[in-house]
Ligand binder design. Structure first.
Ligand code: UD1
Ligand code: CA
Length: 458
């Protein structure tokens, strides 16, 4: 959408969260509330987003610094109108300005697109999204005349007892013509019960100046749910979870128990993949088709091919190729590139390593800072000894190597293609191609030892 900008208000303290952290940085399914709002503003076509920060401004800024996002500082919170004044020249006369709140993460791009369309088609100076709710306590009320035309918004604290009966409330989401917003902000006063500059008063001012103002009733009032407490944070998470999970099921992903499946908003999952109960999939995780994930698995920023089985395991910031099986109880730490048809079995930890196609690490192993080739077999108890107490070193294990059980490869060390490492070896020097390397004490047999011992003891 052209000529559209968005202002997000996020200066408030959010005392009811009882938190050291600014409210808008609290997370819903592993993504901060403010990030949802920024992404939604961008997804509906806002070319630039300005976030008004105040309480713990530096923390908020640091957490959301990204392209197309600028900041305005409101050092004292003197009301929503005052907050918008702080953005100054970000408001351009000939552009439309969306106003959103940093603590309403459930708002959807489509809804905003419809708002913009309505606003433009009807040539409104300002358009607000309203909602009809059972309990309007605390919200600003939409006051209409007998014809049903918008008159003004009155805050709960300023409302007469009759006005308090009104069930149509202000969601706090608006779009303004930049010129009208600027002109009305210039006239705003704080003559009200709270002594604040109310953004809501701008709408009445625009009407008085001969402009048109629209109030469109929301189809789904859940979208405007604002989070003020931890209880509401959990409610928002539940709504978001349902929305995300339904989306995946509609797209052909089986969620065996959607109530107990926690998938982040930006996760992508291919068709016919089955997600078993107790999974937490976070960040920019991408999962291919025909995978079986879970039960009880966590992934953060993982890229998984198709046909992968990932059972009761954790994977962080790594890639896994097609038809690989992981777990149960594997731990894949950041920066791994694991190939296709690999087996990463039970109690295996892999970190900062590449693992070639067809390699097997079936059980009880530590593969750290290692480049393993194709069709390598790591026996039970293979340990890549990567740390000398000061520095980490890399291990290279080339294609078709057979690492016997209970082997230490002390890095830096290279095992050339096709070599065999005898069980129980501690390898400290490079191993040439196709040899058998044995690095353990030879077995000794002491004849008659038991007899001697018994004689001594008697
Ligand atoms: C506001 C609306 C009310 C509406 C309600 C919906 C006004 C005057 N009232 O009331 O009509 O029904 O939202 O939730 O606008 N903020 C700042 N700086 C400030 C004050 C607020 O950045 O000086 C931010 C807050 O961080 C928050 C948002 O603006 O994200 C809303 O502020 P809040 O104090 O919750 O507004 P309400 O009084 O609930
Ligand atoms: Ca509020």
């Amino acid at each position: 959408m052209e000529n559209l900008k968005a202002v997000i208000l996020a200066a408030g303290e959010g005392t009811r969260m009882k938190s050291k952290m600014p409210k808008v940085l609290h997370e819903v399914l592993n993504k901060t509330m403010i990030d949802y709002v920024i992404d939604t503003a961008k997804s509906c076509g806002a070319e630039e987003v300005c976030v008004v920060v105040g309480h713990k401004a530096d923390e908020v800024k640091a957490a959301i610094e990204k392209d197309g996002v600028s900041f305005a500082l409101q050092s004292q919170q003197k009301g929503t109108g005052h907050a918008v004044m702080m953005v100054g020249d970000f408001i351009e006369e000939d552009k439309d300005i969306l106003i959103l709140y940093g603590d309403t993460p459930l708002i959807q791009g489509e809804t905003l697109e419809k708002l913009v369309e309505r606003h433009r088609n009807d040539n409104f100076g300002a358009t607000v999204i309203s909602a009809t709710v059972e309990n309007p306590e605390g919200y600003g009320r939409i006051v209409r005349n007998n014809n049903g035309d918008f008159l003004k918004i009155v805050e709960h604290k300023d409302a007469s007892s009759e006005e308090r009966l009104i069930k149509e409330i202000n969601t706090g989401i608006y779009i303004f013509k930049g010129g009208d917003l600027k002109a009305s902000l210039a006239k705003l006063d704080n003559h009200n019960v709270q002594g604040e500059y109310y953004l809501t008063d701008c709408l009445e001012l625009i009407l008085k100046d001969g402009g048109k103002v629209g109030a469109v009733i929301a189809e789904d009032d859940k979208e405007f749910f604002g989070v003020n407490s931890r209880v509401q944070l959990a409610e928002a998470t539940k709504i978001m979870k349902n929305r995300i999970n339904n989306g995946h099921m509609v797209n052909g992903v089986t969620l065996v128990d959607p109530e107990n499946t926690y998938i982040g908003a930006d996760v992508k999952i291919g068709m016919d993949t089955v997600i078993l109960p107790g999974c937490v999939l976070e960040g920019n995780t991408v999962i291919g088709e025909d995978c079986k994930i879970g039960p009880n698995s966590r992934m953060t920023d993982m890229v998984i091919g198709s046909g992968v089985t990932f059972q009761s395991s954790t994977g962080l910031e790594s890639e896994i190729g097609n038809n690989t099986t992981v777990g149960p109880f594997a731990y894949i730490r950041p920066n791994c590139k694991i190939g296709s048809n690999v087996k990463v079995g039970d109690f295996v930890e892999v970190k900062n390593s590449t693992v070639g196609n067809g390699t097997k690490i079936p059980h009880l192993a530590y593969i750290g800072d290692t480049d393993a080739g194709e069709k390598v077999n790591f026996g039970c108890g293979s340990i890549m000894v990567n740390y000398d107490g000061q520095k980490k070193h890399r291990t290279i294990v080339e294609d078709n190597v057979f690492v016997g059980c209970n082997v230490n490869l002390v890095a830096p060390v290279t095992v050339k293609a096709g070599a065999y490492i005898a069980a129980g070896s501690t390898i400290t020097r490079d191993v040439p191609e196709d040899v058998l390397a044995v690095a353990r004490a030879r077995q000794q047999v002491i004849e008659g030892w038991k007899k001697k011992k018994m004689e001594k003891e008697s």
